[in-house]
Design a protein around this ligand. Sequence first.
Ligand SMILES: Cc1cc2nc3c(=O)[nH]c(=O)nc-3n(C[C@H](O)[C@H](O)[C@H](O)COP(=O)(O)OP(=O)(O)OC[C@H]3O[C@@H](n4cnc5c(N)ncnc54)[C@H](O)[C@@H]3O)c2cc1C
Length: 481
Amino acid sequence: MNGGVVNEFGRKHRIAVLGGGPGGYEAALAGAQLGAEVTLVERRGVGGSAVLTDVVPSKTLIATAEVATSVRGAYDLGIRLADADGRRVAEPDNVTVDLGVVNARLLRLASAQSADMTAELRKAGVRVIEGEGRLDGPERLVVAADPDRDAEGHEVPADTIVIATGARPRELPSARPDGERILTWTQLYAIDELPEHLIVIGSGVTGAEFASAYRNLGAKVTLVSSRERVLPGEDADAALVLETVFARIGLDVLSKSRAETVERVGDGVRVTLSDGRIVEGSHCLMAVGSIPNTRDIGLEEAGVLLADSGHVRVNRVAGTSVPSIYAVGDCSDFLPLASVASMQGRTAVFHAMGDVVQPAELRNVTANIFTQPEIATVGWQQPQVEDGTVRGVIFKLPLEPNPRAKMLGIEHGFVKLFATTTTRQILGGVVVAPKASELILPISIAVEHRLTVDELARAFSVYPSLASSITDAARAMHIVR
Ligand SMILES: Cc1cc2nc3c(=O)[nH]c(=O)nc-3n(C[C@H](O)[C@H](O)[C@H](O)COP(=O)(O)OP(=O)(O)OC[C@H]3O[C@@H](n4cnc5c(N)ncnc54)[C@H](O)[C@@H]3O)c2cc1C
């Protein structure tokens, strides 16, 4: 391994990273840790889309939406709001949200996080170049000069190149975002008044999260889903819970409706559905997927194979068809999650520098959908158990009887575990609950370390706690011999 020492050419291993999102950031830090000479090229801001437009802003917005929901629900728990003179003020149902303040806060957080990450890279000895980069063959990045910023061009020769250019929102010709009324998720944070009526096109994870958040912030929301149910591809029971909650909070779902066109009409939008129906609203959010940033950056010229979708084809250590080039994160054809991008970044560099590498195991990835309630999943899921891909049993425990859930006024949610038929080794699980993202960890650990239901059940859970539903579910799956 080359860690911290010179290579066969008598110099340090040189790593050039294109893109400073979680994938590129982690790759750069790993390279610095192993003693390489690392350069990272980023055109907009370290942290990438994850920090500046996607994860950090959306999850901060959602944090506010959760507090708004708690305040509304506080009435049922006996809370009454009063002014300074002790006079009762409006019922919690009338909670209003100052979206200008919310958006200013989340953009501030995003930019502070980006600054922290830049400082962290510099502290680790990474050279950070601001600018638009591209490959020039398999062993060099070039960064264009930018006369507007008085920035000169650069050439960055490298032994290893990590492509981490991420993705951007997909745009449809019949629904062009105008940044004011027809918006992508990257443009949402510029509006400072709560939309009167937000129409969300696309009921995948991004669409469902924003629809849930804006409804809970107080906007009227219509979610247009081309499929029969929201969150196609996710656990069917979880999607059903979400649809029940959406109906209860007055979030309209138009299922099996494809948006044909979205037009700006005066101060509003008109969405025409494929069945001829028309929905009018004040704003429209387009959440119809992402396009990888892989075109015109010299990948094909360097010999890097792309999938038809434009994603870079990678193996489990993020290697591409060219030995000196790795690709991580959303530009690769692996799994578009910030946590996965980071892990790939580290794995790529460890592999390039001959350190010990654990190839990524897609099946063990833990994912979460930040709706209210949240939906967290890990490991094999119900369709694979049902179609026989893995031989297993399924057990679902609703949260309803859980004492802590009753205390907190939680009415919807469940824990579901999948385990092998014979030895009851845990294969995977689903948690639908507030903060499911925090609750899923014991199941992730069980999947990663191949624990059995009995081993999981032996762990103490706190009484009363939502987590006890996980140990209870494991206990119920014990085989009596
Ligand atoms: C609304 C939304 C919410 C999400 N929430 C979550 C979540 O809660 N949890 C989670 O795990 N994932 C979430 N994701 C997914 C997550 O955002 C991505 O998986 C993650 O950003 C991928 O990281 P990355 O390193 O591949 O690239 P990115 O974060 O996309 O960063 C890529 C960077 O490369 C730069 N770049 C591109 N081309 C060039 C070039 N030619 N020269 C210089 N720089 C360049 C870009 O400017 C950008 O900064 C969410 C996605 C969306 C859309």
